[in-house]
Design a protein around this ligand. Sequence first.
Ligand code: HEC
Length: 152
Amino acid sequence: MSFRATALVSAALVAVVAAGSAFAADPIETRKKTMKAIGGSFGGVLVKMVKGETPYDAAAAKAAAATLSQTAAGIDIATLFPAGSDKGGDTEALPKIWSDPAGFKAAMDALKAATAVQAGNTDQGLDKLKVAVAEIGKTCKGCHDNYRAQKP
Ligand code: HEC
């Protein structure tokens, strides 16, 4: 290989490495971490209280609901679901996220609204927590049914 060809190949490699580092915050891993955090507050705390697996604790419910609504509010679709990130990692995101961006945004907005509105219901007794969990849960299902592949 001539010196010129070698230099071109090295330049190409440098470009590839640089492009790689631009994705240091891998959107697939970041959104899965975000969803896991949401699952931790919702399934890990609030649903457990509703099911009676842990005793109802107004302060703990309120704290989990605050974390949940803040995490949901912080989701930026362009950052966590950039075009092309249906591939390139272990992901359950369905192509419909990108073919139906308005529907996906509406589903995400429903989560943000429900977690914000229902947060005030979580520390008002178990019956109100049940309502909050049902209302928030509808938005998880509403999105997962359409935009997330079922686990095998
Ligand atoms: C607007 C869409 C949307 C909403 C609303 C939503 N999710 Fe998700 N969720 C997704 C998508 C898409 C994935 C798959 C992400 C991937 O694999 O890249 C996912 C994945 C997950 C995962 C698996 C994360 C992992 O480790 O792979 C959990 C847990 C989860 N969601 C919990 C929830 C809960 C709980 C709610 C409601 C409180 C919720 N999600 C609301 C779109 C949504």
